[in-house]
Write a protein that binds this ligand. Structure first.
Ligand SMILES: Nc1ncnc2c1ncn2[C@@H]1O[C@H](COP(=O)(O)OP(=O)(O)OP(=O)(O)O)[C@@H](O)[C@H]1O
Ligand SMILES: [Mg+2]
Length: 550
């Protein structure tokens, strides 16, 4: 394990130091309780029963009973402590990982698909559990038990012990073989299950598209292929699970026959006692049980290390860098010989030597054919990407000098395809509000502001929905029309009273009446703010003081 990886993991354990110590002590006390039982049993069988010592027999049985009760109590407590610590660490890891991912630069995040990131956050953190303290404490306990069993068997009878040990390598080899196979096959099955689920999601989400083309059966066929894939790998997994339950266990079943056979003959000869034979068979489980569990945990730890490597990669990705200067009011924006290509397609120049000036005007139109780079210009202003050459300046100063959140607070962007949160309309509008301002306001004030913003964006339809502004948006806004989503998205920007508002085809889906009302709002606000309208529609662009063609 790399040192840095270990450091990151240790950081998460530090908080639970005390509980971890308590749990580890519990595990060791637990193994101590296991050890004397076979010897006490031997003593009862060989001494107390033949000598008819009833009093001692009863007291020893009571002691054994007490051992069992204590064992169960400690076992409950340690399991509970460890499950609690593990679950809490997973909460911390998952939230931190999501935070890391959300704080990344857009260009870093674009390298990964959403499905990949979900699997990193959900599955890898789960696999990391095998690296938690209880696995290591568990292995240590099994090693202790193994050593104790090994010595006890030799102490009870060297010859029988050696016969038993000779079967151990075969048992270990078989167990190891099947444990590795099962792990491989189950990760294969996991992957096939994920593919199956995502296909089912596609078949259901695109049901209307399939229907329009009369191809419902295509949706079923695609899912069926995934079902068969999943079945094949599940059967492979099951075959190994069944064999694992049969072959190594065959060795375990063989041992008592051999031991009872040889031991029985020795008792008849008078060179061995019945109590020793019972103790011996008890101690056999002390070496075979731990061997099995050590192999299992070891393989889990290996997988955990692989998961840790993947998770730590995200720790090393730099968060978005930010300048320190604060913006008071945006008066002008300038593009100075700006050239840009998306990091994902470095061969294609999207914007070349662009010069533009947004200055001394309240409304500016941006026009150009589809795919020309209009939305990209907006994203550059928001600093979601940085140009490869040239400068973008706000109030004469390079945009990189300003605090990045400050810029995004002052520039409101209404995207071409607005996405809403699966939350109430109110909370969707409040998303636009600066977090410092939001913290100072009462709920009623915020509600009032949201209602005012909805009014300005001509979103009166909201009050006709069930629950009004508390209406719950589902599936990122599926239950609303595109025009309705756009109006909520405009309100989400207006509520923060930014200095610049960029409308990226933001009214393209609206009827002319709603559109006119929104532009009336913008004309009214126009004295104080800069509006940038991205559109193909000359009628809309005619509202602007200046039109720039890309
Ligand atoms: N994330 C991205 N990665 C790689 N290329 C991209 C990305 N986003 C956009 N592009 C490409 O950049 C070019 C400009 O895209 P942009 O979205 O800015 O165009 P647009 O002028 O807004 O078009 P439209 O009018 O259709 O909205 C397009 O050719 C597009 O394929
Ligand atoms: Mg666009």
């Amino acid at each position: 394990m790399e040192k840095n990886n270990m450091k990151i993991l240790l950081h998460y354990f530090a908080k639970f130091r005390k509980s971890i110590i308590l749990g580890v002590v519990g595990i060791f006390v637990l193994s101590l309780f296991l050890l004397p039982t076979p010897f006490i049993t031997r003593y009862i069988i060989d001494d107390l029963i033949p000598n008819k010592n009833t009093t001692m027999l009863i007291s020893l049985l009571l002691i054994l009973l007490l051992f069992i009760i204590l064992q169960k109590v400690i076992s409950y407590l340690t399991s509970y402590i460890f499950i609690k610590i593990n679950s809490k660490i997973i909460i911390d890891l998952r939230s931190d990982l999501l935070k890391k991912i959300l704080m990344m630069k857009v260009r870093e995040k674009e390298q990964f698909t959403t499905g990949y990131l979900i699997s990193r956050i959900q599955d890898d953190t789960k696999a990391l559990q095998s690296l938690f303290v209880n696995s290591f404490a568990g292995i240590l306990r099994e090693i202790l038990k193994f050593i104790f069993g090994f010595i006890a068997l030799l102490y009870l009878d060297v010859k029988l012990a050696l016969i038993t040990f000779s079967l151990l390598p075969v048992y270990i080899m078989l167990t190891y073989h099947y444990t590795v196979k099962i792990k491989q096959k189950s990760s294969d099955t996991y992957e096939k299950t994920a593919l199956m689920t995502s296909q089912l999601e596609e078949s259901l989400s695109l049901s209307d598209v399939f229907k329009i083309f009369g191809k419902e059966i295509l949706g079923v066929e695609k899912y069926h292929t995934r079902l068969i894939d999943n079945y094949t790998s599940y059967m492979e997994l099951s075959r190994n699970v069944i064999l694992n339950g049969v072959l190594p266990v065959f060795i375990l079943d063989l041992i008592p026959i051999i031991i009872i056979g040889i031991g029985g003959l020795r008792i008849i000869e008078g060179t061995f006692t019945l109590g020793s034979l019972v103790a011996f068979t008890n101690f056999i489980s002390f070496i075979f049980g731990p061997a099995n569990r050590i192999i299992g945990t070891n393989i889990q730890i290996q997988q955990g290390l692989v998961a840790l490597d993947r998770v730590v990669k995200f720790w090393n990705i730099q968060a978005e860098e930010s300048g320190t200067k604060t913006l008071q009011k945006i008066r002008n924006i300038e593009f100075d010989n700006v050239s840009f290509r998306y990091p994902q397609s470095p061969d294609k120049i999207v914007i070349q030597d662009l010069n533009l000036e947004i200055m001394d005007c309240n409304c500016i139109g941006l026009k150009g054919i589809s795919g020309k780079g209009k939305s990209t210009v907006a994203k550059l202003m928001l600093r979601l990407y940085s140009p490869q050459s040239g400068l973008i300046k706000i109030n004469g100063l390079d945009i990189m000098e300003y605090d990045v959140n400050n810029i995004r607070n002052k520039i409101g962007y209404v995207a071409q395809e607005p996405l809403l949160m699966n939350d109430s309309i109110l909370n969707n509008v409040l998303l636009g509000l600066d977090k410092d301002k939001e913290a100072e306001l009462s709920f009623d004030d915020k509600k009032l502001m949201a209602m005012k913003a909805l009014d300005l964006s001509s979103a009166g339809f909201v009050y006709e929905l069930p629950d009004g502004i508390f209406y719950q948006v589902k599936n990122y806004g599926d239950s609303l029309s595109v025009g309705q989503k756009q109006r909520i998205a405009i309100a989400r920007v207006l509520i923060n009273q930014p200095d610049v508002i960029i409308l990226d085809e933001a009214t393209a889906n609206l009827d002319s009446e709603s559109e006119a009302k929104i532009f009336e709002t913008f004309n009214r606000l126009a004295k104080d703010i800069i509006t940038i309208i991205i559109s193909h529609d000359m009628k809309i662009l005619s509202n602007c003081d200046k039109i720039i063609e890309l």
